[in-house]
Design a binder for this molecule. Structure first.
Ligand code: OOG
Ligand code: MG
Length: 257
């Protein structure tokens, strides 16, 4: 039997993102399983690299129960970040570039030298140079933000944009820091970094392991988003978004009106 048309599916998802036009789910119809979905994601990212974008990091998805429940998928997933997805801290982003963007509070790691494939991470402070509060903007290319596990993997785990606050040295503990997502000065979500796999440091182990299965190695100097600590909130035109992570500080962005 001939497998799913990886290049064709990546093209459909790429055009959906480029034109901010939602498409129907496609995994069931094309027979996409998890492995084939990561192959589509690779082709989708290659399409960006071919037009000059650079790979700058990795993001985890569905590392918290709140996120799993919100989208009805309960497996940890990972996706890729490119340079054009980064919005400066305090910067403005044009929400009309997206279909139905949502924002979520995250913790970012700046990666240092990582162990060889198959070796344990060992000391977290050897693997991570610095940590920061972050905002991820997600935008499913599927209508109604509705997808299956292979659908969301193929769609680069809904990655759209991200903002990172000032980097801090790695603190002693990261496992129980308060997290706040504010929209226009009002609290939209509250949580704790404990929601991220019990401890966001665990997300790095998972990222190394899961990406390694598909031949992807994390690189020194890359950014790593550990996954959202709370459910995501729609990003409306004109909104001011601020994330606070206890001890790590804040980061913000504005959606153009
Ligand atoms: C999938 C991406 C999930 C996270 O932090 O959990 C994610 C989605 O919710 O569309 O980025
Ligand atoms: Mg996220």
């Amino acid at each position: 039997m001939i497998g799913p048309d990886t290049a064709g599916i990546a093209e459909r998802l790429g055009v959906a993102a480029d034109t901010a036009t939602a498409i129907p789910q496609l995994a069931a119809e094309t027979g996409l399983d998890v492995d084939a979905a990561y192959a589509v994601q690779t082709a989708l990212i290659q399409r960006r690299l071919d037009r000059g974008e650079r790979l700058v990091g990795l993001k985890m998805g569905l590392t918290s129960k709140a996120k799993m429940a919100q989208v009805g998928v309960d497996e940890v997933i990972w996706g890729r970040l490119t340079d054009t997805m980064r919005v400066p801290d305090g910067g403005t982003l044009d929400p009309s570039r997206f279909i139905h963007p949502r924002v979520e509070p995250e913790v970012a790691f700046l990666l240092d030298r990582l162990p060889e494939p198959g070796e344990p991470v060992g000391d977290f402070t050897d693997a991570v140079r610095a940590v920061a509060p972050a905002i991820e903007i997600i935008d499913s290319r599927y209508a109604n933000f509705s997808f299956s596990l292979p659908d969301v993997i193929a769609d680069n785990t809904s990655a759209a944009a991200f903002t990172i606050g000032a980097w801090s040295p790695v603190p002693d503990g990261l496992d129980n820091l308060g997290v706040l997502l504010e929209i226009d000065g009002r609290v939209a979500q509250v949580g704790s970094t404990a929601a991220i796999l019990g401890d966001p440091r665990r997300a790095l182990d998972e990222g190394i392991r899961l990406a390694g299965r598909h031949g992807v190695r994390l690189r020194e100097g890359w950014v790593f988003l550990a996954g959202a600590a709370t459910a995501a909130v729609p990003l409306k035109p004109g909104a001011h978004v601020r994330v606070v992570v206890e001890h790590l500080g804040t980061t913000s962005l504005r959606a153009a009106a």
